[in-house]
Design a protein around this ligand. Structure first.
Ligand code: FAD
Ligand code: MLT
Ligand code: ZN
Length: 492
């Protein structure tokens, strides 16, 4: 399935930067390609048996899949560079892949690309306590990184429910957000420098850990959020944050999104050390109870909405949080935990959403940001849109409320099909987001899913500049064709 659709934006952005379709006219001698790749990384790390390549060919959502020409698993930066050069020699396009937990179809092949899996680049250097930094391979998972730096008394500022599988390289390529953006910013704010292989096989390396280093363009900064379309990230130098001695989690029941926004506005200036302000609704809580075995935090109460609030500090933060909540308007119910198992129980109400939705079906999944002052109006307009256009659907909304980030999941819009084939729903919701002054891609990226809608998030001048960058760094369009920009030949 491709992201091509009826929208004129597809035509406007097609053939990104004039980059040629890497497959068009390319000589296809798979035997010779595999032989040269095997010479670069070893026979065992070039996979072409469909039973072995299958896990690399379908993404986490099951919405996106395609056949790979082969899957190659390099071990270090030099091997990645060699792989890129071999692919260039054979006219083969590349899809970089980390943990394959991406949600917008950017990590899997569409039309016979070579999948370059980065999971074997898993070296972790000792923590540099003086600088408060660490250097990690692109394939290191977030969970392993957190464990490694915790042993040195520090923490990494990014955390996601996909922590056991999502990688340093993938989170950099998508500029991942997650639960703690309110405290530490997105992945961009954690990246001090990185090493990356460019489309011609050359290597850019900025791993010295210099916080101040203004020598012209910030190439590592450019690669953060570039979704594998400009370079393959192989290592990163990451900023670390203090590991708090105490953490408390509170689940606060409220009437609706408007009350949750008002509560967020109340807590933000009053509570020092806020590390998460997350939003869930009744429909999602019912689903995680039903599908993920999560315990209902307030059995029988059926509260319409909740905030999950986490506060961290070197002193116990329970009392200051309790004082702020006592003064807060319209909190219907409160559950608090300051011990590990209790915190995990409350967090599960929020974190189990993605898995519970996936266990129910393949949703239309839209990850958007709204200005907080317009988020309620947007939510009302979304309900109205679905009631008129897709009345039989089931809507699950949750997200990172302090960041204005809503995750919109619509189940049952494609009767008769296991996959969401009808892109009109995606388009109409994203148009609504743009009308409300929001962003069509908050933290998951554009991928293949939203490539045709780039014009809803960037104007002509922005997109022309982006295409110029792509053309400059990847003139043959070999890195992740069809991701971020629509594939050449996309239907208009
Ligand atoms: P992949 O899925 O393998 O790849 C993602 C993109 O990055 C692709 O375009 C790929 O080509 C590119 N890429 C991967 N590695 C490299 C590399 N080394 N160099 C260049 N390009 C590369 N995301 C959030 O932002 N916040 C969340 O809270 C969040 N929660 C999630 C919860 C669940 C249960 C799941 C399944 C996903 C969640 N995600 C979340 C989405 C996903 O985990 C992130 O997008 C993550 O950054 C992807 O990392 P990955 O290693 O799996 O990358
Ligand atoms: C999350 O915050 O849980 C995610 O970004 C995943 C999702 O949107 O399903
Ligand atoms: Zn999220």
């Amino acid at each position: 399935m491709t992201a091509a659709n009826d929208d004129a934006g597809g035509a406007r952005d097609a053939d990104a930067g004039g980059a040629r379709d890497a497959h068009a006219g390319a000589p296809r001698d798979d035997g010779a390609l595999r032989r040269d790749l095997a010479a670069a990384v070893g026979d065992a790390h070039v996979l072409s048996d469909p039973a072995l390549t299958a896990p690399y060919e379908t993404d986490w959502t099951r919405r996106w899949s395609g056949r790979a020409r082969c899957v190659v698993r390099p071990r270090d930066t030099a091997e990645v560079a060699a792989v890129v050069r071999v692919c260039a020699d054979h006219g083969a396009a590349i899809v970089p892949q980390g943990g394959n937990t991406g949600l917008v179809g950017g990590s899997v092949p569409a039309a016979g690309e070579v999948v370059v899996s980065l999971t074997r680049l898993d070296d972790l250097e000792p923590v540099d306590l003086l600088a408060g930094q660490v250097t990690a391979g692109a394939g290191v998972t977030l969970a392993r990184l957190q464990e490694h730096v915790a042993a040195a008394g520090l923490a990494y500022g990014i955390d996601l429910a996909a922590r056991d599988t999502a990688t340093v390289g993938g989170t950099i390529a998508t500029n991942a957000g997650g639960m703690h953006v309110v405290a530490h910013g997105t992945t961009r704010a954690q990246v001090v420098g990185l090493e990356a292989v460019l489309a011609d096989g050359s290597v850019v390396s900025r791993l010295g850990g210099l916080v101040k280093d203004n020598v012209g363009y910030d190439l590592p900064g450019l690669f953060v959020g570039s979704e594998g379309t400009l370079a393959i990230v192989t290592r990163a130098r990451l900023r670390l944050v203090p590991r708090p001695a105490h953490r408390v989690v509170a689940l606060l029941a409220v009437d609706d999104l408007a009350a949750a926004v008002a509560l967020t506005a109340h807590l933000r200036p009053r509570v020092a050390g806020l590390t998460a302000v997350e939003y869930v609704e009744r429909a999602g809580v019912d689903l995680v109870v039903e599908r993920a075995g999560v315990t209902d935090p307030f059995p029988g109460s059926h509260h319409p909405a909740h905030l999950v609030v986490e506060v961290a500090g070197q002193d116990p933060p329970t009392e200051p949080l309790a004082a702020a909540v006592t003064d807060a308007p319209d909190v219907r119910d409160v559950a608090v935990a300051d011990d590990g198992p209790g915190r995990s129980r409350l967090w599960a109400v929020r974190e189990a959403h993605t898995e519970a939705i996936a266990a129910t079906g393949v949703p239309h999944k839209l990850d958007v940001t709204l200005p907080l002052r317009r988020i309620v109006a947007f939510r009302d307009a979304l309900d109205a849109l679905l009631a008129v256009r897709w009345p039989e659907t089931r809507l699950i909304v949750f997200g990172h409320l302090a960041d204005g980030n809503l995750h919109i999941n619509v189940l049952g819009a494609d009767p008769g099909g296991a996959e969401p084939h009808d892109d009109r729903l995606d388009r109409e919701v994203l148009e609504l987001v743009a009308e409300h002054g929001g962003s069509i891609s908050s933290e998951h990226g554009i991928g293949r899913q939203k490539a045709a809608y780039l014009h809803l998030g960037r104007n002509d001048a922005d997109r022309a500049a982006m295409r110029a960058v792509k053309r400059g760094l990847d003139p043959d369009g070999r890195l992740n064709p069809g991701v971020l920009f629509p594939p050449s030949g996309a239907r208009s």
